[in-house]
Design a protein around this ligand. Structure first.
Ligand code: GLU
Length: 612
């Protein structure tokens, strides 16, 4: 076995043979049990499942970097968290390189097949937009996957090990199986109707046509074989090779089950679309919030600009000195305004001019901040600002006719750090819970429905929409993997799934930690509220129990709990907002790793050397 490395031979403390033996000595069943919070040294991982966190820890112990471990975690999530992760999807990686002290990002967002036109989601028979659920469960929604290219980019720039090595823990778990959790069974229930439409999907996730029993073993030997092939052939096996050919065949000849009642439209992807795919390194967004340097994801995600603009707005107020009602009111009003700007100005910057510097300028933040009325909630939808104009006075936020976009809500976020202090903050997804619902036959992974993150038609007549479909374009994302530096050193790394609520969840955790004096685990556990320029603010039920909620309502804030599936209003889903994962660097090599105590059934935090 060969170790790829930028490190000098003298710094290689681990041999490839040792890595191989350490990684193969990790049977899924023998993994140490993990809590939702851990403190220690030597590296740390927080992810959705204990198997994925343990896979990352195994790679760290074997001498891998945060990039090596991130690929191992992501690949394992493709097995144990299959409805939100995997090589059928895409995502964004933000990475702090301890050697250069720089934050970089990789844009691994899915792209649209070259032959797509702006009418991608219009019904040719009627010229009207397809319904969101119809578009999701179809070949049309499947974007060219970016996850595997992201892994390859990360390993080639920051890794010490080959793809084959870091895929090994995932391969093993896929072969041996893992116990089905109540969360996985519940997620299967929410999707059972559409999964049953596809023979390949029901064979994998509905054993015997039934929901998998909690505690039963779920195996995915097809995915293990796919990972082995990727280990042998590299990412080219997808971006032009036989795995790619299978993906293309699947989106054109949908693997419908006998008796399927849906007639989903096939997709447009061709092999040259896969061969043309790139996951570029992109400069991160940056804002200074009260002396903290907050780095995020630039377009094609709206995460970095919208979290950044909201922070620039809120930096004009002394939140810590306000009553809780006033501080939360300012939080809600800031994102109301920032979402108006996001929807109007942010899309794939290769296709639409995104005024990045203007949106992130403190001056624009001040211009928007002065629209906040401490005594009244604005009426949404409010109009976007003009980031090109000067301060323009301080007239109240204007209402607008603009429709709010439809967006899915499920992905995963995880964080990793290593013994050198490198940090990975990685949000990856197949978009909806269960993606398009289509498993590639004999390959063991679901295809994404990321293209439904486009606006199917312009949000407002006569106003340019930066997020309409086009060949090769990346749909706008909300993913907000974030790294915060203090005095030039990593201080926090965090992120969350949740579609457009990702932005508010990341922001709320930052405010809870920086302004409201909560610890990171408290900030992650705290009840969430998400205002996205809508008449009502989406909240978790526990938020309504906050004594501040009544005061906010007196200011005109309106709240609603959301607990039905975006794909089928008759299906109930947990009313949770986001599933965050975070790291806080405590100094002297100590790191605090924090996951969710209850959302998505609780997540898994671990450190290489726990503090005694
Ligand atoms: N499709 C979503 C986005 O890119 C991510 C998936 C989710 O968490 O909803 O913003």
């Amino acid at each position: 076995m060969r170790i790829r490395s930028r490190f000098s031979a003298a710094t290689l403390t681990v041999t490839a043979a040792l890595l191989g033996s350490l990684l193969t000595a990790l049977p899924a069943t023998a993994a140490p049990s993990l809590g939702t919070v851990a403190v220690g040294t030597g590296g740390a991982v927080v992810s959705d499942t204990p198997q994925a966190t343990n896979a990352g820890l195994a790679v760290l112990r074997a001498g891998g970097t945060a990039a090596d471990a991130a690929v191992a975690v992501a690949a394992t999530l493709g097995v144990t968290d299959p409805y939100v992760a995997g090589i059928g999807g895409g995502g964004y990686l933000v990475y702090y390189d301890a050697r250069t002290h720089r934050v970089s990002t990789i844009d691994g967002r899915e792209t649209t097949p070259a032959s797509a036109e702006p009418d991608l989601f219009l019904d040719p028979a009627t010229g009207k937009p397809l319904s969101f659920p119809t578009a999701v469960t179809s070949g049309l929604s499947v974007g060219v996957p970016g996850t595997l290219m992201t892994w390859q980019q990360a390993l080639s720039r920051w890794g010490r090990f080959r793809l084959a090595d870091v895929l090994r823990p995932a391969e093993q778990i896929a072969d041996q199986g893992f116990p089905v959790t109540a969360t996985l069974r519940e997620q299967t229930r929410e999707n059972a109707g559409r999964f049953a439409q596809f023979g390949s999907t029901s064979a994998l996730f509905l054993p015997g046509g039934q929901l998998p029993e909690v505690g039963s073993t779920m195996r995915n030997p097809d995915l293990a074989a796919t990972y082995r092939q990727l280990g042998r052939e590299g990412a080219d096996a997808l971006y032009g090779g036989s795995i790619g050919a299978d993906v293309v065949r699947t989106v054109h000849n949908l693997p419908l089950a006998p008796g399927a009642t849906l007639q989903p439209r096939p997709g447009l992807m061709q092999l040259p679309d896969l061969a043309a795919y790139r996951a570029p390194f992109v400069a991160p967004t940056h804002v200074d919030y009260r002396g903290y340097d907050v780095y995020g994801m630039a377009p094609s995600s709206s995460g970095g600009t919208t979290v950044g603009e909201s922070l620039n707005i809120l930096g004009n107020f002394d939140l810590a000195g306000m009553s809780r009602v006033q501080a939360l009111h300012h939080y809600l009003e800031a994102t109301r305004l920032a979402f108006a700007d996001r929807n109007r100005y942010v899309g794939d910057s290769a296709y639409t001019p995104v005024p990045l510097a203007q949106l992130l300028s403190p001056q624009f933040g001040r211009q928007r901040a002065c629209l906040i009325d401490p005594a009244h909630a604005s009426t949404s939808p409010v109009a976007p600002g003009n980031p090109f104009a000067g301060s323009g006075g301080c007239s109240p936020a204007q209402p607008t006719e603009a429709r709010q976009p439809d967006e899915g809500t499920q992905t995963n976020h995880f964080v990793v750090t290593d013994r050198w202090g490198n940090v990975a903050s990685y949000t990856n997804t197949i978009e909806e819970l269960g993606g398009s619902g289509i498993v590639v036959p004999h390959r063991g992974f679901l295809l994404n429905n990321e293209l439904t993150d486009f606006d199917f038609t312009p949000l407002q007549a006569g106003v340019p929409d930066p997020n309409l479909p086009a060949g090769g374009k990346r749909p706008r994302s909300s993913m907000s993997p974030t790294i915060v530096l203090r005095g030039g050193e990593p201080w926090l790394a965090l992120g969350s799934p949740g579609g457009a609520t990702i932005i508010t969840t990341v922001l709320q955790i930052l405010l809870d930690r920086i302004d409201f004096g909560m610890s990171l685990p408290e900030a992650i556990a705290a009840p969430r509220a998400s205002q996205r320029n809508a008449a009502t603010t989406q909240v978790e039920p526990a938020f309504l129990a906050d004594p501040a909620a009544a005061g906010l309502q007196q200011l005109g804030q309106r709240f609603a709990v959301s607990s039905t599936s975006p794909l089928d209003p008759t299906i109930t889903i947990p009313p949770d907002i986001g599933v965050a994962a975070g790291l806080e660097f405590l100094g002297h090599g100590q790191v605090l790793a924090a996951g969710e105590p209850t959302r998505r059934g609780g997540t898994a935090a671990g450190v290489v050397a726990p503090r005694r």
